[in-house]
Design a protein around this ligand. Sequence first.
Ligand SMILES: [Zn+2]
Length: 447
Amino acid sequence: MPLPVKRWFVFSFVFASVTIRFSTAAAAVGWEVIKVNGHDYLTVDNISKFYGLPAEVVPSGAKIQTETANQPLEFVSGSREAMINGARSWLCFPVLEQNGKTLVSRTDVAKTIEPLVRPHRVANVGKVQTVVLDPGHGGHDKGQVSRYGAEKDFALDVARKLRPILQAKGFKVIMTREGDYFVPLEVRAKIANSARNSIFVSIHFNATNDDPNATGFEIFSFTPRGAPSTADGTVTASSVYMQPGSSVDAQSMALSACIYHSLLGQLREYDRGIKRARFAVLRLTKVPAVLIEGGFLTERGESKLISNKDWRAKFAGAIGVGIENYQALPIKKQPPMLVADYRRQAKSPAIDTAAQEGNVNDAEGNSKQAAANVKEAAANAKQAGATAKQAAGNAKQAKANVNEAAANVKEADASLLELVGRSAFLSQPQTSTPAKKTSIESAPIIP
Ligand SMILES: [Zn+2]
């Protein structure tokens, strides 16, 4: 949806000068912390300049789609919702407007934006010998049941399909369950914790009682200390005092990004985003860990899709590619393939679909109206193609910017480390609550 009111921060065109400033005067792009009610914030302008990435702030209530994301960094005024490199990414705290500036919490710059924009720079990232696959539920715990089958069976099938894919790439694979039986959540975590250089990938399918039309992918990693989970509206005492956070949360975010971009780029489901939660398996694992929700069993079309074994094979394949890209981060020293990269690789289904619709009209109507429809569909397809191309171009440019910036920001990084180290938010007003969903995984689990 095109939005008439947009405030643009166009820094890509002055990138050359930004690069010089990174290399010659790191202090010039240091962090200017702004205090709001005792909490630390940074301006979007500051963030954009630091990364050398164009940023944009869209009005409150705007809904950015993957297809309409224009900039590598897009924020929604007053919201926790953001688009980072073309994928929806939920901030811990809403962005604020003050004195004409848009402010992002220091916690989010350190814990959300940094690992998503520069996952390749996360310490110890990509160190994987063993992938622990965790098919959700099992035995008496069926998970969500649709008319086509149970979540526990679909999740197990995806893990079984994914195992040989990963083994072929040289990974050791351990499954927390091999068949239809129940494994306690703490046992699943223990399996991951006792494996050498492991990562933990939990596979689930989604459900909601609130909206029968809800669809799409989402991925979770553990919520940082002192921050609310994505489904929480406010900071609770438990989120601050009872939850220690994780020493590997940056690696988990990097893993989230690698898998999520691959899923979204290859399967074209609705983008619900990269989220945070304190699910037991994420809380109890000491290794990089994510939980994937591969679509809704409560939505008719998507539940049918999930019941299709070919679709599940594609889903498993996309997770495999994401894991491989995660492992490659420290080798390639650049961000993983992004949604736009995957979509550019594939043929444009938007054009195919429009053309097919045109053919149907033509055959059925065989009239001038039908011919006009075809023409319009073709025009739409062309437009869609152009938009996709533009988006891909932007993403490519962004990626190039990130790469170049990464090569020049060694000095500036010291200030970022400082930022990460000092992150501690104790309370925060919440002005936006993402759509709630109810599923077994959603219930906050307090020790
Ligand atoms: Zn589940």
